[in-house]
Structures are given as C-alpha cells and as structure tokens.
Ligand binder design. Sequence first.
Ligand SMILES: [Cu+2]
Length: 72
Amino acid sequence: MTIEFQVEGMSCQHCVAAVMNAIREHDETAQVQVDLASGRVAVESAQPADALKAAIDEAGYTVTAVTSSTAR
Ligand SMILES: [Cu+2]
C-alpha cells in the first residue's frame, strides 16, 4: 500500500532524514520518498497509516493530511 503524508515542519535534509528514520524504525522494509519542497512523504508499506503517522508525529513533525491507496 502506498500512503502519502503531508508533513509540516521539515526545513532541511536533516529533517528529511529524521522523518525517514522514524518511518524505517517502525517498518524497516518501508520504501520512503520525501519531497522537501512540498512536504510530501510517500511511504510504501504494509503497516497501517495510523502507526506510520504516529511515528512521524513522535519524530516531532506535524502530519496535516494522509492519503492512502492500495497498489494497482
Ligand atoms: Cu531540518
């Protein structure tokens, strides 16, 4: 499943790495793509979106929107 998060508070590559690490700590097999300019974080994972959102929250960033879609 691909889950897209809109994340607020990321301002540099360090933040990008922090968000990626937070997600990978939760699901080490997750594929994570972060677009710093738009704040969009795309995660390919079998984990529930809520759990991944919590991981981003815990890293200190704010998730303002979550969109998930099953693989086509
Ligand atoms: Cu930063």
